[in-house]
Design a protein around this ligand. Structure first.
Ligand SMILES: Cc1cc2nc3c(=O)[nH]c(=O)nc-3n(C[C@H](O)[C@H](O)[C@H](O)COP(=O)(O)OP(=O)(O)OC[C@H]3O[C@@H](n4cnc5c(N)ncnc54)[C@H](O)[C@@H]3O)c2cc1C
Length: 378
């Protein structure tokens, strides 16, 4: 208590670097706890210049099998998806398999009011300082805590906490044509992706995005992979391309989500998972959990325990995806056609990591056996 009976209230000063998915989720939860952060955003707007449709895939977000409901009920973050998707078609070079069910959600990414980040922004009262490119070092003296939510591997690399898993380049194209608006298509072809994948996600029945993710290549090589894909799958014969864009994207983990008063959220906190590179869900979870850690003093490692465990499990699939041949993928599709199995893959109560890992190991063992038999037979 001070003179004049006026209570001195300690107001915690928190800076957030990046008005993206994790930064804005963090701001929502901080405000709920009575803390109004100062948000710095390098762009002059919220959202992304490169339009695309992204997915919340139940396979990745489980045990939260319905990520939209989970974010609302458990994290207090409301997001309106573009659509629910009820079918995923997996293509290998010579095979394909379709899985149906409640598999996940499509969300809009771009600049409109339905875009994920603009939806989050509408739930934040604190001011966003636009066109403010900042580093934690610029802010740490002025603030009690700094949350790095810049979606980037560079800051955690500078802090010596980044562990690279999958450096990729992504080429995206927006196409006009006939599409099934509740269907996600995914191509597995290691000659075109080097261990990652290509997906098609629809905006509507007549517009979709195709994103081609290639690992461990130089930027200059990306177009060659893209054109080989377009040609081999006759994409330009079926659809009309309206625009295209290119982006780097790295999946990795961090050795710690906190260095002193600096917290690392979202992709900067190792939130882009190492199997498919999905990171929206983890960005929301880590943003909210960092806010709770700051406001309530709870150990952030404890709050992120489940996310980190899941990431460690998914990490075990990465070497298998990297080493898989196209023949392995063809065989995997056949295995997935086994009655009952394809529904199992997407069921929420099954240990999917174990199942996929066993499937991939089985096909590569079978291939090795066949190769040695062929050699022996010669
Ligand atoms: C093409 C593409 C497709 C994807 N598709 C999917 C998908 O389908 N499903 C999925 O789950 N995940 C997907 N991801 C991954 C997912 O988008 C990210 O993991 C997630 O958005 C990361 O959230 P974030 O908060 O860490 O970063 P972001 O949401 O990227 O936000 C970072 C913000 O920080 C700002 N910023 C950067 N540096 C500074 C600075 N120094 N100062 C101030 N501001 C700064 C940026 O402008 C940006 O607004 C995709 C990623 C890409 C690139």
């Amino acid at each position: 208590m001070c003179k004049n009976n006026v209570m001195k209230v300690f107001v915690m000063k928190v800076a957030i670097i990046g008005a993206g998915t994790s930064g804005l989720s963090c701001a929502i939860e901080l405000e709920r706890n009575g803390i109004h952060p100062v948000i710095f955003e390098r762009n002059g707007f919220i959202g992304e210049i490169q339009p695309h449709v992204s997915a919340f895939l139940g396979l990745i977000t489980r045990p939260a099998s319905d990520p939209i409901k989970f974010m609302d009920k458990i994290l207090g973050i409301k997001l309106k998806p573009l659509n629910q998707f009820r079918k995923v078609i997996h293509y290998s070079p010579n095979n394909q398999v379709a899985v149906t069910g409640h598999l996940g959600y499509f969300t809009i990414r771009g600049m409109g009011e339905n875009d994920v980040k603009n939806q989050l922004r509408a739930q934040v009262k604190s001011q966003v300082h636009f066109s403010s490119f900042v580093h934690p070092e610029d802010l740490e003296n002025e603030f009690d805590y700094v949350v790095v939510a810049d979606g980037n591997w560079l800051t955690p690399t500078r802090y010596g906490i980044w562990q690279e898993i999958m450096p990729t380049w992504v080429k995206g194209g927006i196409f006009e044509g006939d599409f099934e608006d509740h269907t996600l298509k995914m191509w597995l072809d290691n000659e075109l992706t080097k261990g990652v994948y290509i997906y098609l996600a629809p905006y509507s029945k007549n517009k979709a995005v195709i994103a081609h993710v290639v690992q461990n290549i130089e930027h200059e090589e990306l177009n060659d992979y893209w054109h080989r894909f377009l040609k081999s799958r006759e994409i330009l014969k079926k659809y009309n391309m309206l625009e295209s864009w290119e982006l780097p994207h790295h999946a990795g983990t961090v050795t710690t989500p906190r260095v002193g008063k600096i917290y690392f959220a979202g992709a900067a906190g190792g939130g882009a998972e190492p199997f498919l590179g999905f990171g929206q869900f983890n960005a929301v979870v880590s943003g909210v959990m960092i806010a709770r850690s700051i406001a309530q003093g709870t150990d952030i490692n404890l709050l992120l325990k489940d996310v980190n465990k899941k990431s460690e499990e998914l990490k075990t699939l990465r070497p298998l995806m990297n080493a898989a041949t196209n023949k392995d993928f063809d065989r995997l599709m056949t295995i997935m056609k086994t009655p009952g199995l394809r529904t199992l893959v997407y069921r929420t109560d099954i240990d999917i990591i174990k199942l996929l890992s066993t499937g991939l190991k089985l096909v590569s063992a079978e291939n090795k056996k066949q190769a040695s038999q062929t050699k022996g037979g010669k």
